[in-house]
Design a protein around this ligand. Sequence first.
Ligand SMILES: NC(=O)c1ccc[n+]([C@@H]2O[C@H](COP(=O)([O-])OP(=O)(O)OC[C@H]3O[C@@H](n4cnc5c(N)ncnc54)[C@H](O)[C@@H]3O)[C@@H](O)[C@H]2O)c1
Ligand SMILES: CC(=O)[C@H](C)O
Length: 240
Amino acid sequence: MQNLHGKTALITGGSRGIGLKTAEALADNGVNVAIVGRSGDTLKDALLTLEKKDVKAIAVSGDVSVKADVKSIVEEVLNDFGHIDILINNAGIMGNGSFFDDNEDMFRKMIDVNVFGMYYMMKEVLPGMQEQNSGDVVNIASVSGLRSSAGSALYSATKHAVIGLTEGVMREVRKNNIRVQYLTPSAVLTDLIGTPSLEPETMTHPEDIADIIVNQLKIHPRTFVKNSEMWATNPKPRNL
Ligand SMILES: NC(=O)c1ccc[n+]([C@@H]2O[C@H](COP(=O)([O-])OP(=O)(O)OC[C@H]3O[C@@H](n4cnc5c(N)ncnc54)[C@H](O)[C@@H]3O)[C@@H](O)[C@H]2O)c1
Ligand SMILES: CC(=O)[C@H](C)O
């Protein structure tokens, strides 16, 4: 196992949900954290939480689906931290409904945020990791990237794209000692899913995903968990 103390991490969508819990868990392990989100009180509140930890924490506002924003986000983080050890590509949006709905704009928006956001981020961050000959990239996909269902074809298509993108990039940069992995959580109790149809206590919580991320990052750098699927153990009232 390796100690994460003193490393630096950039977490997209770090203002709430899985991203914020991951930033908190990393900070608890001595990692300096930069959270990225669209501007607003949520991002400020998240930073206040992180500032209480014994690490350097910064918040950078920007839209990951906008190439110029991503460029300036990464520049700002590099100015503050000098380098980036860990990139958590977590920002994402979900729209559901029938394939036959009027949903072309929503589909493009999801592709822009869920797929291009990650693409732009990796384009900006990976060259620095190649130079330092080390690094970790964690891309948050979803079980919807493995199995699609009626009502989620479009979101699912974006998460399938995330998995394809991640796997190819991983194969390209492992020679630089960079570990690129993806996670495929099932339903997690966050704002993204709206009112849950399952009993909240029986669902996976965002801090559970954060624990998994931190523990996987602690594995000796010569090895990594390429992909992992997380399920709620006993979701009620129905087993998914
Ligand atoms: N909640 C679930 O059930 C679940 C399951 C599997 C995968 N995921 C994935 O986990 C990731 C995090 O989701 P969550 O559940 O924490 O959702 P959430 O809605 O609580 O958080 C999403 C975060 O992404 C940010 N974000 C959205 N669009 C952005 C943009 N264009 N630029 C910058 N930031 C942006 C939001 O501000 C927010 O901080 C997403 O990629 C989601 O698809 C979630
Ligand atoms: C939100 C999501 O990704 C589903 C529930 O797996």
